[in-house]
Design a protein around this ligand. Structure first.
Ligand code: SF4
Length: 444
């Protein structure tokens, strides 16, 4: 009987925001009765969700489209690369349709056109939480699309448009359904989490019959109260928080245990001139003072940030100012990237590009400094007892994460005696060892 049911292959590239778009499309496909196939050969048609953020991502996306065309032949393209004019059509004229990001309706229209809907949608029921690409125990919760900033190195606003916040009641409903289905950690994402609600003037929405403001602090406070079927509060982790002043409001919620004391806040640089060229908020003294204040209120706060090195015109002194900031700020997790000119970004027009060998050397120096800081900070964890969430279990033990570690980008906690645990368990571990990024421990 399954032979009559049309099958769609799905390739999902890019960031967690693109993954959420993929999940929405997959959920719609399954809801309409399509089967999702894991091989090109077995699929009647393939959807490729692309990334167009930097040149290497463009290449990866174009390669993936080429592979899908060669292996299957019927390909629909969606995602950020799809928003970049004719790039896809020029490289691969045989694709059936191209849409931009966040375009589930258009993708479904294209699927219907080239692979008609199955007749019996009841054959494949969709779980109420939809189809997810993450494991059962954690999920990304996208609260808005687009961005009102115009950072000069970034083309996301031109790809995804200005900020559009999802209605607060809809976000809460989705979160509640996820938590009821066994999700123990919600990762709040967007292009700019702290701007949530700016576009609707922080309109008051409703959830569960009660008024709730479309605003980051109110939203995350409500999320932090959700309780899973095991009776435990869900972990709520905040990503991509632009350093607006009102970010200070969420720190007390962290200190009270309503949110994970973890903040992913991209500072990008510390030198005022470079920050101005980047069109980012420009005062590293203020940032350091704020960090100190946050730590006073919530001493266990873990900070993750990202930085760009070798931005056009960055002098050795300006780079050293960034190193001094890193030294002083003692951030827990740092991602650093060499500036790369993304097609269409305003920063490409800036004078004095930094030679690639100098960029490489600066990246190495920054990462070397941060590794020292990280190693030292993790050493201080030895002897502490941490609650961790188990991600993987095998014969050698379990791999888990504490509040200090976001999935995929941060470190891990290895539990040597965790062979009998299950994925999604929340357990207490005493830390016995550490290295530059990870911790080791035993069950308490
Ligand atoms: S805030 Fe983020 S998404 Fe928005 S323009 Fe800046 S880097 Fe791009």
């Amino acid at each position: 009987m399954n032979q009559a049911i049309p099958k769609v292959g799905f390739v999902s590239l890019g960031c967690p925001k693109a993954s959420v778009d993929s999940e929405h499309i997959l959920t719609r496909l399954r809801a309409e009765g399509y089967l999702i196939s894991s091989t090109y050969q077995d699929s009647d048609l393939v959807v490729v969700n692309t990334c167009g953020f930097i040149d290497s991502a463009v290449e990866e996306s174009l390669d993936a489209i080429g592979e899908a065309l060669a292996e299957n032949g019927k390909v629909i393209v969606t995602g950020c690369l799809g928003a970049k004019g004719d790039v896809v059509k020029q490289a691969h004229p045989k694709v059936l349709a191209v849409t931009g990001p966040h375009a589930a309706d258009e993708v479904m229209d294209a699927v219907h056109q080239h692979l008609p809907k199955p007749h019996d949608p009841y054959a494949d029921l969709v779980p109420p939480q939809g189809v997810r690409l993450t494991p059962q125990h954690y999920a990304y919760l996208k609260i808005s699309e687009g961005c009102n900033h115009r950072c000069t190195f970034c083309i996301i606003p031109s790809l995804r448009g200005d900020l559009v916040s999802r209605p607060v009641g809809e976000v809460m409903d989705e979160a509640e359904t996820l938590v009821e289905s066994g999700v123990k950690e919600l990762l709040v994402i967007s292009q700019d989490t702290s701007a949530y609600g700016v576009d609707v003037k922080y309109r008051t929405g409703f959830w569960g019959g009660r008024p709730l403001k479309t605003r980051m602090t109110e939203l995350v406070a409500a999320l932090g109260k959700l309780v899973g079927p095991d009776g435990e509060k869900v972990w709520v982790r905040l990503h991509y928080v632009y350093p607006y002043p009102h970010v200070d409001e969420v720190i007390p919620l962290m200190a009270q245990g309503n949110l994970l004391p973890y903040l992913d806040i991209p500072f990008q640089h510390a030198n005022a001139r470079i920050l101005k060229l980047m069109k980012r908020p420009a005062s590293s003294e203020n940032v350091l003072a704020r960090i100190n204040k946050w730590r006073e209120i919530c001493p266990e706060l873990v900070l993750r940030s990202t930085f760009i090195v070798g931005f056009p015109g960055e002098t050795e002194e300006e780079f050293e100012e960034l190193l001094d900031f890193i030294e002083e700020a003692q951030l827990d997790r740092v991602g650093a990237f060499i500036y790369s000119p993304v097609e269409g970004a305003v920063a490409n027009e800036l004078p004095d590009p930094v030679p690639p060998e100098v960029q490489e050397e600066r990246l190495a120096r920054l990462m070397w400094l941060q590794e020292e800081i990280s190693e030292e900070k993790l050493k201080r964890r030895i002897g502490q007892t941490l609650t961790v969430l188990v991600d993987e279990v095998d014969d050698e033990g379990a791999i888990a994460r504490s509040y200090a570690d976001a999935p995929e980008i941060d470190g891990q906690v290895y539990i040597n005696d965790g062979q009998h645990l299950n994925v999604g368990d929340r357990v207490k571990v005493r830390i016995t060892d550490s290295d530059t990024h990870d911790l080791w421990g035993e069950l308490v």
